[in-house]
Ligand binder design. Sequence first.
Ligand code: FAD
Length: 380
Amino acid sequence: MTAGDAVVVIGAGPAGAGTALRLAQLGCRVFLFEKRATPRGKVCGGCLHRRGLTLLEAWGVAGVCRRAGAVVLNGAELATPWGAVAWPRAHGVAVDRVRFDAALIDEAKRHGVLFRDRASVRVRAFDPGEQSWAYTVDGSETQTARVIVVADGVAGSSLAEVQGFTMRRRPRSRVGAAARLPGNAMDVPHGVVRMHYAAVDYVGVVRRADGDLDVAAAISPERLRSERRVARLVADVLAESGAGGRVQAAALEADWSLTPPFTVSRERVAAPGLFVVGDGAGYIEPFTGEGMTWALHAAGRAARIAAGSIKGELSAGAAALRWSRAVRSQRWKAQTRCRAMQAMLQRPTVMLAAVRAARCWPWLRLPAWSKSPDTAGAWA
Ligand SMILES: Cc1cc2nc3c(=O)[nH]c(=O)nc-3n(C[C@H](O)[C@H](O)[C@H](O)COP(=O)(O)OP(=O)(O)OC[C@H]3O[C@@H](n4cnc5c(N)ncnc54)[C@H](O)[C@@H]3O)c2cc1C
């Protein structure tokens, strides 16, 4: 593949595949590169917010959710060492991340995107004379592109050689972990997201369309230092928040995938001809289950700006400025709630007060399972 005037997109998660798809729909030639073999997994709870669904519908690709075994979410529960509360509503669906990401890539290909997996891309340098970026794929001969979209996630290093784009990891950031557990490990009904919280860490559980359980956890560095086996740490959070012995035993036997510390920020997110989107532009906390929705939202906006730039409707400088502002405003608007949630999660006394207050609220109720013999006695 040679890029020429095509847009190069690095990373085929929701941000990269979504941007590639939208660029193709806007009439651009697009090369999408993914460093891993696909279909590939991603540590994620798989909950896609209604706003994400609306975007997929607007792009004409709502079918990706069906192909990803989407389960409609109609309730959420929070279990803590001090009791449990249930919300009668939840917004969105739970999808299988392997199938969701693969279906989005397929849609991008169907719209003309040229896709290559097992292809690790590194951006090398900007050539001011040619107004283009040099990049290599798996260390191959250098190629050039006028526009590159970087969607390489929290672990991405494709910009390591480009000055000013350093990824900063928050010192006390948690790490993510995910596994699939057998369906009989826990009595979570279809359509309910159950969050287990204990001493600043949490584990989310949702039942998949095939009946198994998708489990995703956020574990603090303090716990990781004291007890390095993630399965044990997840089992501890489940035990401390009142989950039964079956799911703890299943967690200990499961095969866990991990992320690096995931609370990251990027020094800059744009330069002329270069746009960083999705988690690679910054990520806070998965508790509210919005990362995929933010990634899709960013994909739609970045594609419009990048397409404007490649078609000459926007100067490269103006496009970069517009994208930097868009990211800043998204962070401010959408992520404020997430930051507030992060601050609460890191203060167990605040969580205790919030749970006690919530349990007095008639709109919320005690989940039926919290009174089952399996968990009886766990809470006062
Ligand atoms: C524990 C946990 C639970 C979560 N639960 C939810 C949830 O329930 N709902 C939700 O919406 N979000 C959730 N998230 C967040 C969500 O998973 C991310 O926000 C989302 O995947 C971001 O998409 P992305 O495309 O930016 O990055 P990613 O999905 O990480 O994709 C980046 C891709 O880039 C590729 N790549 C990296 N470097 C290169 C390179 N040099 N060349 C080519 N390819 C490269 C990677 O292999 C990867 O495939 C959770 C996150 C964690 C940690």
